[in-house]
Write a protein that binds this ligand. Structure first.
Ligand code: ZN
Length: 143
């Protein structure tokens, strides 16, 4: 199967569990963008067995809480779309009222003058610290 998420991690690996991984999904205008990728090729969330749905959402909650505590965003966006890559993954995105798209989704067209806000620049500048902290937090909860 020619699936980019079956064939590679899909980004810089922050944590790997036997059933899922967490990657740095940073984009130019969105440092701190995290993605949880399920290991097996499943298209829809409901196709996971119930206990795996629970595990998946526990991990998404941990990521949301981490983003809230670490980056102090104005909002966190959670999304699972899979229209382009139909392999189950969750986006966890810190949003700021002064980011490039707020209040539109990050996938909308950016404002022409869009640039990183000062708070987003801080996320980028501290990434090696928070990568390690997030890895520790995930290991503590999920092994
Ligand atoms: Zn896949």
């Amino acid at each position: 199967m020619d699936c980019p998420l079956c064939n590679s991690d899909g980004g810089e690996l922050i944590y790997r569990h036997p059933l899922f991984r967490v990657i740095d999904a940073r984009e130019a205008l969105y440092p701190g963008f995290l993605r949880l990728v399920w290991k097996t090729h499943v298209q829809e969330f409901s196709q996971l067995p119930p206990e795996q749905r629970t595990l998946c959402m526990s991990a998404v909650v941990l990521l949301e809480e981490f983003v809230l505590q670490q980056f102090k965003p104005d909002k966190v966006n959670l999304a699972t779309l899979g229209n382009v890559v139909p392999h189950l993954h969750w986006h966890v995105i810190p949003r700021f009222t002064d980011d490039a798209h707020f209040p539109a989704p990050v996938w909308a067209a950016a404002r022409p003058e869009a640039r990183l806000s000062p708070r987003q620049q801080r996320i980028l500048d501290t990434q090696f610290t928070w990568f390690a902290q997030l890895n520790e937090r995930l290991k503590a909860q999920f092994g």
